[in-house]
Design a protein around this ligand. Structure first.
Ligand code: FMN
Ligand code: SF4
Ligand code: SF4
Ligand code: SF4
Ligand code: FES
Length: 597
């Protein structure tokens, strides 16, 4: 019997951890209880992208887009929407502008309007644990084409036409990489997928694997056909259990369907894939370190050349690409390189997925055509800054990137433009900062990360990251000297030139970029001993303004160390000797009676 309705329940990590599975089970139970179990198909999908409003439940064909759903809503979703065809307004997404309570398709939700979902084409739409749903969306048709209609050179040609550049950070043309490996004569070759994703704040690759694992498997098999490899490995961090589970399910189903393993679709071509779990070291995302880790050695980079394309895993020619790079490939093959090349900018084709986080209203996973401006991402898609605060900067590219200030918000985003304004695309982490963020403190966070993650093999990185961190730490304590700034620039530039791998070569970028755009904020920390954002604890001082305090006692109750005293309805006082500068009183006072100085 044909089903009348589909209920799509977000099964991405964020929604799952907010009781997504309970919502799914409650919907199944209620459908049964209302006698409509045969009329409705309830599907657990990957991330919808709009994680800020999760857990999300979408009902088709009614186009109900339910947000912040709890398991208790299941009853009403079934009894109202499924049984009576009515939208439950209480949980229906409410736009800031436009009609309330109307039906919603992706097209009329502001968050999605400027997006273009190529990599995430199936996320939020299909059940990632059911290969039939992937096949129903054209899945594995690119593989079929590559096996029976195209020659390896045709695949390279299509990738060349597409202009696809690697999404793991450096933006190297994918066709060139594949071509290097293809050109090596015969012998054992490998295909490796880099799913290490170590950048703080980034979760694009995890979501792609959770929501559409087959797209990556299909692309890896295509890479195998193209370069002449029969074995692939996906290197994924062990902290991604849901992605691992879905990949395992997908590989099992693909093998059962004859799409993976020996004699794929009766073509005589063999290709199999294994998962290799990483322990979560950032440097293991660097390709040579990653390959060493797969080989069972300690994950440390080695000098290049030779590049992995020629001497990679076990010193054999190896194609290594990022998850997002791979996810683009099947659709490039089915729709053609020319189609893909129409999207994006002159030198950066296609789209880019960003993990939009920080002080933004709509945090989530955003896929936009290259060339979209940061202003569009932050204000149109992201909805602007939370709590009416002022925009300060966007950090892109994680520890390898830098900050972008207001004056560059209209820069069209692509690999080259971001580098020209002192940042970089990186893997796609995008952290929005407001006036309450301290630029020195944020920079210190990235350097602390690099100090911890440096493998220590080479001195410029091992010592340089530590020295930069120490300077920043002193600034946040009001103990810096203005001459330190030049020393930091010198160290940073030396690290760029002399470090062995990308970690050390880029670790100084956050320092150099923030020094360039926020020199005044550094000067204030060093010369005035002042942190205008109130983040550097050693430089801030919380005080109660007697005239404004009405004695409501809220601050005294919030203070974790009981250092605020005062009678009810009388002005309160902070005992400065005991204050640990946690800011709880400041955030709790509704009368602006507490000032940070
Ligand atoms: C310290 C460091 C960490 C990296 N981490 C990742 C990562 O987590 N995922 C990734 O795809 N690339 C990462 N890269 C880039 C890889 O070395 C490599 O360039 C990439 O996997 C190539 O794939 P692509 O051509 O598809 O971008 C990292 C590089 C460095 C220097
Ligand atoms: S640059 Fe840093 S992470 Fe890279 S090899 Fe040198 S010490 Fe290790
Ligand atoms: S919360 Fe504000 S108004 Fe209330 S007692 Fe504290 S300082 Fe005074
Ligand atoms: S900053 Fe924290 S510790 Fe200090 S007075 Fe306020 S609540 Fe208490
Ligand atoms: S995890 Fe549900 S919308 Fe992202």
């Amino acid at each position: 019997m044909a089903v009348k309705n589909y209920i799509l329940v977000c099964g991405g990590t964020a929604c799952e951890s907010a009781k997504g599975d309970d919502i799914y089970k409650a919907l199944l139970k209620e459908a049964e209880a209302h006698g409509v179990a045969d009329d409705v198909q309830i599907v657990k999908t990957g991330c919808f992208g709009f994680c800020e409003k999760g857990p999300i439940v979408k009902v088709l064909p009614e186009q109900a887009f339910y947000v912040e759903v709890v398991p208790e809503d299941a009853k009403e979703i079934i009894s109202e929407t499924i049984v009576k065809g009515r939208i439950v307004e209480r949980i229906q997404y409410q736009p800031e502008k436009g009609a309330k309570g109307e039906a919603f398709d992706i097209e009329n939700i502001e968050f999605y309007q400027k997006q273009y979902r190529i990599v995430l084409r199936n996320c939020g739409l299909i059940n990632p644990e059911n290969i039939d749903e992937y096949i129903a969306r054209d899945g594995y048709s690119a593989l079929e084409k590559c096996l029976f209609e195209m020659k390896p050179d045709d695949i390279i040609e299509e990738l060349k036409k597409s202009g696809l550049r690697g999404r793991g950070g450096a933006g190297f043309p994918t066709w060139m990489k594949w071509n290097f490996t293809k050109q090596v004569d015969g012998g054992q070759k490998y295909v490796v997928c880099n799913a290490d994703e170590g950048d703080p704040g980034a979760y694009m690759d995890r979501s792609t694997l959770e929501g559409d694992p087959h797209s990556v498997l299909e692309a890896m098999i295509i890479a195998g056909i193209c370069v002449g490899a029969d074995y692939g490995a996906i290197y994924i961090r062990a902290e991604y259990p849901l992605a691992i589970e879905r990949l395992e399910t997908a590989m099992k189903q693909a093998r059962e369907y004859g799409l993976l393993g020996n004699d794929i679709l009766g073509s005589g071509f063999n290709f199999d894939i294994e998962l290799r779990l990483g322990a979560g070291a950032f440097v293991c995302g660097e390709e040579t370190a990653l390959l060493a880790s797969i080989e069972g050695k300690r994950g440390m980079p080695i000098p290049k050349p030779p590049f992995p394309a020629v001497k990679g895993l076990f010193r054999k020619p190896t194609v290594i690409n990022n998850v997002e790079t791979f996810a683009n490939i099947p659709i490039i093959i089915t729709k053609g390189g020319d189609w893909f090349a129409q999207i994006g900018t002159e030198k950066s084709k296609g789209t880019k997925v960003f993990a939009l986080t920080g002080k933004i209203k709509n945090s989530g996973l955003v896929e936009v055509p290259m060339g979209t401006t940061l202003r569009e991402i932050v204000f149109d898609i992201g909805g602007g800054i939370r709590g009416g605060k002022k925009f300060k900067a966007v950090q892109t590219g994680g520890p390898s990137g830098g900050v972008i200030t207001e004056e560059f918000l209209d820069t069209p985003i692509d690999f080259d433009n971001l580098v020209s304004i002192g940042s970089m695309m990186g893997s796609g982490g995008m952290i929005v900062m407001d006036e309450d963020d301290c630029i020195v403190d944020v920079t210190k966070f990235y350097l602390e990360f690099c100090v911890e993650e440096s493998c220590g093999k080479c001195a410029p990185c091992r010592i340089g990251t530590k020295k930069l961190y120490e300077y920043l730490d002193r600034f946040t304590k009001g103990k810096g000297q203005i001459e330190d700034i030049q020393k930091m620039k010198d160290i940073g530039n030396a690290m760029k030139k002399a470090s062995l791998c990308g970690l050390g070569q880029t670790a100084a970028n956050p320092v150099l970029s923030t020094l360039r755009y926020f020199p005044e904020e550094y000067r204030q920390h060093i010369e005035d001993g002042k942190c205008i954002a109130g983040k550097c604890k050693d430089l801030v001082h919380y005080e109660i303004v007697t005239e404004k305090c009405i004695g409501c006692t809220v601050c005294a109750r919030k203070c974790p160390v009981n250092c605020i005293e005062g009678e009810r309805k009388k002005p309160h006082v902070i005992d400065q000797t005991k204050c640990i500068k946690c800011g709880a009183c400041y955030e709790g006072c509704k009368f602006d009676a507490i000032i940070v100085s």
